[in-house]
Design a protein around this ligand. Structure first.
Ligand code: SAM
Length: 327
C-alpha cells in the first residue's frame, strides 16, 4: 500500500499518455501550443503497461488516463486492453475532450471502461469555438450524447471563466434536466503554459454555487466519497446532478489520494508542486521493479500537506500547462 507522509493512502493515479492535444483551450495553452515533448521522451505503451502493473501491485486501484488528449495516441487502445486485464485495478477512467473518441466507444464499452470525463466549457457553439480555438463543437456534442445514451458514466468538466462562458453555466446545467450526466464546474488554476499566478479568482466555487442558487434555490447536496474533489448536488426533478470542484481554493487536500505521472515520466505529488522525480528515466536506466517501487514510495514520502504549501515551496515561476500535467 502507498501511504504518504501525512498518512493519506494513495490509491489513485492519473496517467498522462501524451502532452499533445488537438484543441488549444485558451486557459490551458497558448494559441501556438507549447514545446511538446519529442516522441522518444514519451512513455511507450509497453512502458505505460509495465508502470501500471507495478502501481497496481502497490495498491493502486484506480487509474485515470489523461493527457494532452489521450485519443491523439493511435496506440491508446492497446494500453486500455492491457489495463482492463489487470487484477486489482477496479476503476479505469478517461479524461478526454471527446473530439476523437467516437471510433473507440464500442470497444471501451466492451472492455468495461465506463467512466468518462469530458471537458466542455461552453454549450454555445461560438463560445466553445472561441475557447478551444477549433471548430469541433458538433463532434463533441454528439459524442457526449452518444456516451450518455450508451450507458457510460459521463461527467462534464466546465471551467468557469470570467468574461468567457459564465452565460453558459445555466444552459449547461439544463443538460442535467434531461440526461443522467453530472456537470462539474471547476475553478480556473494558474496553469496555462505562460507564467501566471493568481492571488484570487473571479469565479470560485462559492460564487458559482450562489449563481446557480439564484435560478435553482432548492438544490440539495448529495453524499460524496471521502476522497472526492467535487461537492455534488441535485436539483429536484432533474435526471442528472451537478458539482463544484474547488481546484484553486483547494479545500480537499486533507483527503487527497492521488498521484500524477506526466507523459514524460514526471512524478507529481500535487498539482501545485514541482515534479519530485522522473520515473521514466529510472524505468529506462535500471528497469528493476524494486527500484521503481522504491522511487514511487520515496516520492509519496515527501508530499506537501496542502496545495498551498506546495505552491510556497515551488521554485521559479508557474509556467506549466495542464496539457503536460494531465489536469
Ligand atoms: N484533453 C483532455 C481533456 O480535454 O479533458 C485531458 C487533458 S486536460 C489538460 C485535463 C483537464 O484539465 C481538463 O478538464 C481541462 O479543462 C483542465 N484544465 C486545463 N487547464 C486548466 C486550468 N488552467 N485550470 C483548470 N483546469 C484546467
Amino acid at each position: 500500500m502507498l501511504v504518504d507522509n501525512h498518512n493519506r493512502t494513495i490509491n489513485y493515479v492519473r496517467l498522462a499518455v501524451t502532452d499533445r492535444c488537438n484543441l488549444r483551450c485558451n486557459y490551458c495553452m497558448p494559441a501556438e501550443g507549447i514545446n511538446f515533448a519529442k516522441n522518444d521522451k514519451l512513455f511507450t505503451i509497453d512502458e505505460l503497461s509495465r508502470l501500471s502493473e507495478i502501481l497496481v501491485s502497490q495498491g493502486v486501484d484506480k487509474i485515470r488516463i489523461t493527457g494532452g488528449e489521450p485519443f491523439v495516441r493511435k496506440d491508446l487502445m492497446v494500453l486500455m486492453r492491457h489495463l482492463s486485464q489487470l487484477e486489482g485495478l477496479d476503476d479505469i477512467s478517461v479524461t478526454t475532450n471527446a473530439t476523437l473518441i467516437g471510433p473507440y466507444i464500442d470497444e471501451l464499452k466492451e472492455l468495461g471502461i465506463k467512466n468518462i470525463n469530458v471537458s466542455m466549457d461552453a454549450i454555445n457553439r461560438e463560445t466553445f469555438e472561441k475557447i478551444t480555438r477549433r471548430d469541433h463543437y458538433d463532434t463533441v456534442h454528439n459524442n457526449i450524447i452518444r456516451l450518455i445514451t450508451e450507458g457510460f458514466n459521463v461527467r462534464i468538466n466546465f471551467i468557469a471563466l470570467e468574461g468567457q462562458n459564465i452565460e453558459d453555466i445555466l444552459p449547461m446545467l439544463e443538460l442535467t434536466k434531461h440526461y443522467e450526466v453530472s456537470v462539474r464546474f471547476l475553478e480556473e488554476m494558474p496553469f496555462n503554459g505562460g507564467s501566471k499566478t493568481f492571488e484570487s479568482i473571479a469565479w470560485d466555487y462559492k460564487r458559482i454555487l450562489a449563481y446557480v442558487k439564484e435560478r435553482h434555490p432548492d438544490y440539495y447536496e448529495l453524499p460524496s466519497p471521502k476522497t472526492s474533489t467535487s461537492i455534488n448536488y441535485k436539483i429536484p426533478g432533474f435526471k442528472g446532478s451537478f458539482g463544484v470542484i474547488p481546484s484553486f481554493s483547494r479545500t480537499f487536500c486533507g483527503s487527497c489520494n492521488r498521484l500524477r505521472i506526466s507523459a514524460t515520466g514526471d512524478v507529481i505529488t500535487c498539482l501545485y508542486a514541482q515534479p519530485s522525480m522522473n520515473i521514466r528515466d529510472i524505468l529506462r536506466a535500471e528497469g528493476s521493479t524494486e527500484k521503481i517501487k522504491e522511487s514511487i514510495l520515496k516520492a509519496i514520502g515527501s508530499r506537501s500537506k496542502t496545495g498551498f504549501e506546495a505552491q510556497q515551496k515551488y521554485k521559479g515561476v508557474f509556467a506549466n500547462s495542464m496539457t503536460s500535467i494531465g489536469g
